[in-house]
Design a protein around this ligand. Structure first.
Ligand SMILES: [Zn+2]
Length: 103
């Protein structure tokens, strides 16, 4: 995983039941390569009642996807793309492998 996806990036899902869905990256877990995306891969969970007498409710929470299943969204290509790292001076920027625009 040399080309990192970072928290706050917009990504698009390549495969699976959430295919072609877009969302903002909420969390990246580098250790196991899982990525949590806002509004993508929602799973229903029952929340237990906190207080006696109140009802539990069903909430939807995103479940993490594997890193290899998502691509970074390029606003100018209007699609998920692979990215390249480019050094400009001492800072590393990420550019779209397709159009060369900075992500
Ligand atoms: Zn592009």
């Amino acid at each position: 995983m040399s080309l990192n996806i970072k928290q706050g990036d917009t990504v698009v899902v390549r495969t699976g039941s959430s295919k072609s869905k877009q969302g903002k990256v909420l969390r990246v877990e580098i250790a196991n390569g899982s990525i949590l995306i806002e509004g993508v891969n929602l799973k229903k969970r029952r929340q237990c009642p906190r207080k006696a007498g109140s009802k539990g409710q069903i909430i939807e929470k995103p479940a993490p996807l594997n890193y290899s299943n998502v691509l970074i969204w390029c606003a100018s290509c209007k699609q998920g793309v692979r990215i390249k790292a480019k050094m400009s001076g001492t800072t590393k920027t990420r550019i779209c492998a397709k159009c060369g625009k900075t992500i």
